[in-house]
Design a protein around this ligand. Structure first.
Ligand code: AVJ
Length: 320
């Protein structure tokens, strides 16, 4: 929009802080206090998330890599020659490289990410390794309408790894899948990772690791809000909580107040009872059937579904 064309870096930063402040005030005003998980990923949070991906308990990253390594050839064949790879979010370049290596003369890589600097750094590294692939970063919120730049003759291949789809409620996930279909257009392929339901013990350990890295990741949200909007959260007065809600088939992360306390943002005061929580994240766990039914409602047909050897994680290739 106008801001991205004419705005300076600091205008954009002001906008981002204003959006964070509004979301925090709104989220803390609800009966069940809540904060959006997208705010986990400041510089410190992104580093902590990279650490989470290497933890012994956090299986999704390793499972998905196992699947992508085993199936890259099949994905490349489905993509066909001169395809454009459109990634929703700009994540692990290891996963993107696996796909680009398996595709026949890929014509473009198009990451869509709200964090410009992070994305441009990732793209610069890829550009050196893939001189024949046009690198076309799009700085945008991928949940909002975006128009793709003109791309080559080949197929459009969407990519949404990591089970980030699990952050959305089923309704929002369905809307998002339909939105991706609109963005990619008729004939597109969509390669998407999703986490599978499994034993509670395995799930809960993955979101409450022994080293406390996930706890630090969750609590970092409060540190970020203090720094960026001038709140006076005392992170030590909150505890990390993660549990599997079987009814909703999701891991929930919360920050639990260890005592009665109040938190201030300018003229706003938020009272916490002892044990009261801020709900910070949902991470839905699917059956392949439930996931595919949701994709079908959003206009996507199944081409393939692959799982790792333990059957803990899945990658689907969908077509529209
Ligand atoms: C990036 C949303 C896929 O839900 O597993 C990891 C985020 N939160 N540990 C997930 C996360 C706590 C992750 N996603």
């Amino acid at each position: 929009g106008a801001a991205s064309l004419s705005g300076t870096g600091s205008d954009r930063a002001d906008d981002a802080v204003a959006a964070l402040r509004a979301d925090v005030i709104c989220g803390l005003s609800r009966p069940q206090k809540a904060l959006p998980p997208k705010y986990f990923y400041d510089a410190a949070g992104s580093r902590l998330f990279d650490h989470i991906c290497r933890l012994p308990e956090y299986y999704p990253t390793r499972c998905e890599l196992e699947i992508l390594k085993a199936r890259a050839g099949e994905i490349g064949a489905l993509a066909g020659p001169e395809a454009s790879l459109v990634e929703f979010g700009s994540g692990s370049s290891i996963k993107v490289r696996l796909l680009l290596d398996a595709m026949a003369e890929p014509s473009a890589y198009v990451p869509i990410d709200i964090s410009g600097p992070h994305m441009r750094a990732a793209v610069a590294r890829l550009a050196d390794a893939y001189p024949a692939v046009a690198m076309v970063p799009v700085e945008a919120d991928f949940t909002q309408p975006v128009r793709l730049p003109p791309l080559g003759q080949g197929r459009r291949v969407g990519f949404f790894p990591g089970s980030t789809i699990g952050n959305f409620t089923p309704e929002a996930a369905t809307d998002f899948l339909a939105h991706v279909g609109e963005v990619l257009g008729a004939g597109a392929l969509f390669v998407i990772g999703f986490d599978l339901a499994k034993a509670r013990t395995v799930l809960e350990a993955a979101y409450d690791d022994r080293q406390g890295v996930t706890a630090a990741f969750n609590l970092n949200l409060l540190t970020r809000i203090n720094r960026e909007v001038g709140a006076d959260f005392e992170p030590a007065a909150f505890r990390h909580r993660a549990f599997f809600n079987a009814e909703e088939s999701r891991i929930e992360m919360h920050l639990e107040s260890v005592r009665e306390q109040a938190v201030r943002i300018d003229r706003h005061h938020f009272a916490f009872g002892m044990g009261e929580t801020i709900h910070t994240e949902n991470s839905y766990k699917f059956s392949a059937e439930a996931f595919l039914a949701m994709a079908r409602r959003a206009g996507w047909q199944k081409r393939r579904v692959w799982t790792d050897t333990r059957g803990w994680f899945a990658v689907a290739a969908l077509e529209r």
